[in-house]
Structure formats: structure tokens, C-alpha cells
Ligand binder design. Structure first.
Ligand code: MV4
Length: 452
């Protein structure tokens, strides 16, 4: 095992990584920006190094600062967390070329999945069902028109370098395709410096179902079941759960096998997530793969019994996976609500500022992953996630009841949060019935308006 690990992140995930290292007997070095001088992760780690000003571009994204911090403090490995440099193949390569271990997949793994259009080519060749669409990057608008006519409208134009909805345009007819194509091209050029596009048949009212996989260096690759992440707002997930109300054991085995073969095809190592769309008929299609630990990993931990961070670190250190077989039978049900410092009454505008009072929920079946405390000032510079409440129960109903109680006993003053919004979702009859799909939030808004 490593003796010392550099935690190249901030917020709740930095705290989560430090906790896993403590249990493994590994010392930690935190990095922090000038905007995070009082942050919890810098206090909980054994050592802390300031790596620059508050702006991420001058601190958490500075490859040279991170590698120097690891070298001067005598670390053997770097954990990137999620976001920032977690899916940057050049960073992963520089870490290993500096004689350090990148706790994550290989640079080649990251590259193969980073281009979403190329990832689909690889998956199709491996026999994984992918969303019907262009077989490679589009050559131009004429080809887009031809393919759209072939598959039938509506279609989606997506950025090859994208993911998570950036540079994506929906078209219901040829006219919309023309403007959508041009806008997607300009947007992805500006956002990624890469204007390659691909086209897909638009799947109506799908669920977003993702499969957690883990792989070691000894040829072992397993899946840990699914997470349902259909409840999103502007491509930001707000609530995730495992298992999905729409997935039975037979479907879990099929989707799990597809995810494992996706990972094996590229010689994947470490923790990863294979995203699928599940259509109302029950057919599923590969969408993209995320080559990192994800925000919503705790719901999988609660129903599988495994600590994904510890597994990730052990695998990177050269140990075998402790998970010996696929997790096809989840233990109970788990739900995660993301508590953001945002005002749901003002279009989810960020609400940075000082937390003047705080009481975090607890009790049976409630876990809180967070870095906040009374007196903490939520900085304006980073994403607005301040806590994750994760409930666990024997049934989905019990997980919902516990989550509602947890949200109600979360007392926070000084910043507005997404807690009232979560309570509305938990009271929604369609949510309670498990009727989830990617249009859930706009449709819930309509239901609430009709009730008034
Ligand atoms: C789709 C789709 C329907 N059909 N692709 C949104 C984010 C990005 N990862 C892909 N997304 C979608 N791709 C096809 N061919 C619908 C979405 C989508 C969506 C997906 C998951 C969760 C929420 C969503 C909200 C709107 C659209």
C-alpha cells in the first residue's frame, strides 16, 4: 500500500478521499487554493500545501503545481477525485512520467472514452448496443441531412468532445437541423477547441441508467449494479438512486454484462461508469463512459456494501479487487440528494456566503458526505455542491421516508439551498411511483402549477 497520497481536489470529494486513506493507514497531503485556506479538507489531511489563487485555473487545474506539491511532500500517488483534472489524459500521463501513480484509469483508457463519437465506434465493434446514429464524426451538413432522413426526426447533434449535454442540439426537421448543426459546431469549438460532431436518433422519455464497474490489474472486471440518474436539471443531476425502479435482476445482468464488456474491450482499470439510455420499451443503449469516481458513488456503496474509494486506491496500489463477483442483488435501496448552495426560487442561482448555523441530519439510514461546518464561507469560485444526503432503507419506500426526515432535520442558515426543492420531488406522486425519465423536472413543474 502507499504510505502517502496527494489529494488533488477540494470540497466533499477531497474529504471522502482523506477518509478512505485514513482507513487504509495511508497519510494524506491536501492541496488548497487561497480561497480555501479555511477549508475542511486542508484541516483533515495530515499535511496541506497551498497551490495558488482562488481561481481554479490558477490552482486546482495547475498540473505543475500539483505534481510539485506531491514531489516536495514525498507522495507516491495522486487521487484526482472528480471534475478538475480527473479525466485529463495528459495529466494522468504526466503524473506517471513523474514517477507517481495516478489513482485512476490509464491515459489510453481516458483517451478512448474522452471522444464520445470514437467511444461509440469502439463499443459498437465490441458488440455493445449503441444509440442508432452516425457511425463516425459527421463530414458536414449534407451528411447530417441524409442520416436524419434515414433514421427519422427528431435527431440530436452532439459534440464528440462533449458529454453531459454541452454542444448538444435537438432537431425536429431539416430546418432545425441546419441551425442546430451550426450552433453545435460553434459551441463545441468555443467550449472544447474541437468542432467534431456526431448525430443520433432522439430517444423519447428515456431513463438515464448508469452501471458502476471496477477493474484490477489482474484481469478481474466486475459490475456493482445500476444507478438511476434521470432527475436532472440542465444536465446537472440532483437526485440519484440504486437500484432503479425500472431495473429487475434480469435487466441488471444484461446491462451489467454490457458494461463489463465495454470496460474489458479497452483494458479498463479502476473505477468507471458506463452510461446508458433505457427507453420506455426496455431497450438500452450505450451513451458514454465516465472514467472517474462519480459524485453519486455513495448510493452504490450503500446497496453493495463495498467502499469504492478504498477499492480504487487498493487497485491503483497493485492489489486485487476485494469484490470477487458482480453485484446482481442489491441490499435494500439507497437515494442521494445533492444539496447545493443555490436558490431554487431564483432559477437555482448560486448563493455563496457564510453558514451562520448548521445542524446536519443523522440517525438510522442517513449518511452525509460534506465539507461544510458552522462558520464556513461557501466560496463563489467553485461548484455549489455543499453536501450529499444519502439515505438507505430495506425498501424504496423506507429510503424515501428516511430521506424526507433527513431533509427536514437539515438546519442551515446563511445560504439558500436546494433542500426545499428536494422535498417537493419527494412528495411528487410520479416520483413516489418511480415513474422517472429525463423530462421529469419540467413535467413536475407543470404538475405543481396545475395544482395551484
Ligand atoms: C440523448 C437523449 C435522447 N436521445 N441522446 C443529455 C446529456 C448527455 N449526456 C446526453 N443527453 C441526452 N442524450 C439521445 N440519442 C436525451 C438526453 C437527455 C438527458 C439524458 C440524461 C439525463 C437527462 C437528460 C435531459 C435531457 C436530455
Amino acid at each position: 500500500m502507499f504510505t502517502k497520497v496527494l489529494v488533488a481536489n477540494r470540497g466533499e470529494i477531497a474529504v471522502r478521499i482523506i477518509r478512505a486513506c485514513k482507513e487504509l493507514g495511508v497519510d494524506t497531503v491536501a492541496v488548497y487554493s487561497e480561497g480555501d485556506a479555511d477549508a475542511l479538507h486542508a484541516r483533515l489531511a495530515d499535511e496541506a500545501v497551498c497551490i495558488g489563487p482562488a481561481l481554479s485555473a490558477e490552482s486546482y487545474l495547475k498540473v505543475t503545481h500539483l505534481i510539485s506539491a506531491a514531489e516536495v511532500s514525498g507522495c507516491e500517488a495522486i487521487h484526482p477525485g472528480y471534475g478538475f483534472l480527473a479525466e485529463n489524459a495528459a495529466f494522468a500521463r504526466m503524473v506517471s512520467e513523474s514517477g507517481l501513480v495516478f489513482i485512476g484509469p490509464t491515459p489510453d483508457n481516458i483517451n478512448k472514452m474522452g471522444n464520445k463519437s470514437l467511444a461509440k465506434v469502439t463499443m459498437r465493434a465490441a458488440g455493445v448496443s449503441v444509440i442508432p446514429g452516425s457511425k463516425k464524426d459527421l463530414t458536414g451538413l449534407p451528411e447530417a441531412r441524409k442520416l436524419a432522413a434515414e433514421y427519422g426526426y427528431p435527431v440530436l447533434v452532439k459534440a464528440a468532445a462533449g458529454g453531459g449535454g454541452k454542444g448538444m442540439r435537438l432537431a425536429h426537421d431539416e430546418k432545425e437541423l441546419e441551425t442546430g448543426y451550426k450552433m453545435a459546431k460553434a459551441e463545441s469549438k468555443a467550449a472544447f477547441g474541437d468542432d467534431r460532431l456526431y448525430l443520433e436518433k432522439y430517444i423519447e422519455r428515456p431513463r438515464h441508467i448508469e452501471i458502476q464497474i471496477m477493474a484490477d490489474n489482474y484481469g478481474k472486471t466486475v459490475h456493482l449494479g445500476e444507478r438511476e440518474c434521470s432527475i436532472q436539471r440542465r444536465h446537472q443531476k440532483l437526485i440519484e438512486e440504486s437500484p432503479s425502479p425500472a431495473v429487475n435482476e434480469a435487466l441488471r445482468k444484461k446491462m451489467g454484462a454490457a458494461a463489463v464488456s465495454a470496460a474489458k474491450t479497452i483494458g479498463y482499470r479502476g473505477a468507471g461508469t458506463v452510461e446508458f439510455l433505457l427507453d420506455p420499451k426496455g431497450d438500452f443503449f450505450f451513451m458514454e463512459m465516465n472514467t472517474r469516481i462519480q459524485v453519486e458513488h455513495p448510493v452504490t456503496e450503500m446497496v453493495s456494501g463495498y467502499d469504492l474509494l478504498k477499492e480504487q486506491i487498493k487497485v491503483a496500489a497493485g492489489s486485487k479487487l476485494s469484490i470477487r463477483r458482480d453485484v446482481n442483488k442489491p441490499n435494500g435501496h439507497s437515494i442521494e440528494c445533492r444539496i447545493n448552495a443555490e436558490d431554487p426560487d431564483r432559477d437555482f442561482m448560486p448563493t455563496p456566503g457564510k453558514i451562520s448555523f448548521l445542524h446536519l441530519p443523522g440517525g438510522p439510514g442517513i449518511r452525509v458526505d460534506s465539507h461544510i461546518f458552522a462558520g464556513y464561507v461557501v466560496p463563489q469560485y467553485y461548484d455549489s455542491l455543499i453536501a450529499k444526503i444519502i439515505s438507505h432503507g430495506r425498501t424504496r419506500g423506507e429510503a424515501i421516508d428516511r430521506m424526507r426526515r433527513g431533509l427536514e432535520e437539515f438546519y442551515i442558515e446563511g445560504v439558500k439551498t436546494t433542500i426545499p426543492f428536494h422535498l417537493k420531488v419527494l412528495a411528487d406522486p410520479e416520483f413516489i411511483a418511480g415513474n422517472l425519465h429525463t423530462g421529469f423536472i419540467p413535467e413536475m413543474a407543470e404538475r405543481l402549477k396545475a395544482k395551484k
